[in-house]
Design a protein around this ligand. Structure first.
Ligand code: AMP
Length: 546
């Protein structure tokens, strides 16, 4: 278009350093509380975070690193990790958060692939680091996040974080650059093949932070005390290290211990109003509360995502006075895509109708667009019934993976690998990961639906549903159950009881053909049920003939 008329507004790039500058200027009393790996509680204000992030940026500058160089972290949620988030990205370097729960060989692959030049790590990962050092020759410095007077390890060439930043003054101007420059890097869990990197930009991060704070999104405010349980090594803790500073909320960082008691104690002692985590972590908290007859005194809202939140968990939180915000996203989406919130035009006059909306994965937040398609990429109707491959696009969705020289898109959309339906009001419901769908006699059975129902049985801790080969139907569902420990009935009785529990809740032919009990359902490095492992374990399972 010729003769474009440009607006006459200030044109400043959207940079991560702006968030920190603004928070320290306008929310100077904002507090960051960290449960340290050493066991104690550490507190400081945003002003100290500001100065120390700048000291780190200066210390990195002295090393003469090129803009865009990758700096890795192997760390829990804590104040030093937050300083790295801001000090590294703010100075034009890329903060590469690494999931320490992966296998050491996978971590070494990721570090080498990202070409990390420095790795910052928490004391709890010193043995891992000793293992990784010879496997990662490109790393120039390994820096341990501990106090000045402590020695990290006897291994050579490990530096101390406090010593590293000690000689910097903190008098530092953040550089200004193109907002499309890379800010951080996170590799997907990589259930098949090698992990792949999502490289976020300053622009995508800031836009995602705005969007995630909106009322029909996570509804964050300066009145909140926010505890991100989702780790800072998993999709930037769902963006909370940025969005909480953007709104000026107090931040509580839980460190290493994520068991029910530790989380509950922090929620209470720090008067946390908002938290975020995957269902498996919350299952531990709920168990602890029930066993000890406790209640929440301050906790108001929790965002649950990463895998489907079972309705039974939502109900328990509701009874405890906590609103569950069910959200869907993925590493490739920074991660937020949809949030389950009703709208005025929704037909939710009854309690049940409203519950159904909360249980779905939700509506897109402005910025993200979504559609469902069939195998030939034809658009399917948004009628709440048709289901197909969920495709998304928007300014915080990747268009290619790091160092992969081809687009990750199909027809300009990112194929998520999830199967979903979308109703006429725009509420999306994930029915499965495409590889987890159970294809029985040409029809599809949703493993998530079966798991959600089973999780509502009072004697079930966790349930995973997988497809097992069947001579007549192709595949049939097998339910794998981790049962509650305080069981007074036999496994056979429990099995029959769970099968009966399904009746009337789903079509008869969806009911699993069999149930097996395991001591523990294996979890992935991000706390999701590891169905690939279960499929491998039960690949030759013989279903009973009916
Ligand atoms: P990750 O990239 O590790 O965060 O995994 C993203 C995947 O987790 C998505 O593609 C979904 O399969 C799954 N997921 C995330 N949130 C939900 C949710 N609320 N319900 C069901 N599945 C989810």
């Amino acid at each position: 278009m010729t003769n474009q008329l440009f607006g006459q507004m200030m044109d400043s790039p959207l940079l991560i350093s702006n968030i920190l500058d603004s928070a320290s200027r306008h929310h100077a009393k904002m507090e960051i509380v960290s449960k340290r790996v050493e066991g104690d509680i550490h507190r400081y204000t945003i002003s100290e975070l500001h100065i120390r992030s700048k000291k780190l940026a200066q210390a990195l500058e002295y090393l003469g690193l090129k803009m865009g160089s990758r700096i890795g972290t192997l760390a829990w949620n804590g104040y030093r990790h937050l300083e790295i988030y801001y000090g590294v990205s703010g100075s034009g370097l890329v903060c590469h958060t690494i999931n320490p729960r992966l296998f050491p060989e996978q971590i070494a692959y990721i570090i080498q692939h990202a070409e990390d030049e420095i790795i910052f790590f928490d004391l709890s990962f010193r043995t891992l680091v000793e293992h990784l050092k010879p496997l990662c020759p490109l790393v120039k410095k390994w820096i341990c996040l501990i106090d000045e007077n402590l020695q990290a390890t006897s291994v050579e060439n490990i530096e101390n974080y406090e010593t590293f930043i000690a000689n910097s003054s903190g008098v530092y101007e953040w550089p200004s650059f193109d907002e499309r420059c890379a800010s951080s890097l996170c590799y997907t869990s990589g259930t098949t093949g090698n992990p792949k990197g999502a490289l976020y930009s300053h622009r995508s991060t800031i836009l995602h932070s705005y969007a995630s704070a909106l009322p029909d999104s996570l509804c964050l405010s300066a009145m909140d005390v926010i505890l991100p349980i989702v780790p800072m090594f998993h999709v930037n803790a769902w963006g909370i290290p940025y969005s909480s500073l953007l709104v000026g909320a107090n931040l509580v960082l839980p460190g290493e211990k994520l068991d029910g008691k530790s989380i509950y104690d922090l929620l209470e002692s720090e008067k946390v109003t908002f938290s975020a985590g995957v269902p498996t972590v919350w299952a531990g908290v709920i168990q602890y509360i029930k066993n000890n007859h406790l209640k929440f005194n301050h906790f108001k809202r929790v965002v649950i995502g990463g895998s489907a939140c079972p309705p039974a968990m939502m109900k328990t939180f509701q009874d405890l006075g906590v609103e569950v915000i069910h959200a869907w996203g993925m590493t490739e989406l920074s991660p937020l895509g949809t949030v389950a919130k009703p709208k005025s035009s929704d037909n939710c006059k009854t309690k049940e109708a409203l519950e159904l909306i909360h249980q779905k994965q939700g509506r897109v937040i402005f910025g993200v667009d979504m559609k469902i398609v069939d195998g030939d990429l034809n658009k399917l109707p948004h009628d709440g019934k048709a289901f197909g491959d969920l495709n998304v696009k928007g300014p915080w969705v990747i268009n290619q993976y790091f160092k992969v020289n081809e687009s990750a898109l199909k027809d300009g959309w990112f194929p998520t690998g999830d199967v979903a339906n979308i109703d006429s009001d725009g509420h999306m419901q994930i029915t499965d990961r495409s590889k987890d769908v159970i294809k029985s006699g040409g029809e599809w059975i949703s493993s998530i639906d079966l798991e959600n129902i089973a999780a509502g049985h009072p004697l079930v801790t966790m349930a995973a549903c997988i497809a097992v080969a069947h001579s007549k139907w192709g595949e049939r569902p097998l339910l794998i159950v981790e049962k509650k420990s305080e069981l007074t009935i036999s496994e056979e009785e429990l099995k029959n009881d769970i099968l009966k529990f399904f009746e009337g809740k789903i079509a008869q032919w969806w009911i699993p053909d069999d149930i097996v009990f395991v001591d523990k359902i294996p979890l992935t490095a991000t706390g999701k049920m590891q169905k690939m492992k279960l499929r491998e374990q039960f690949k030759d399972y013989l279903l009973p003939t009916l």
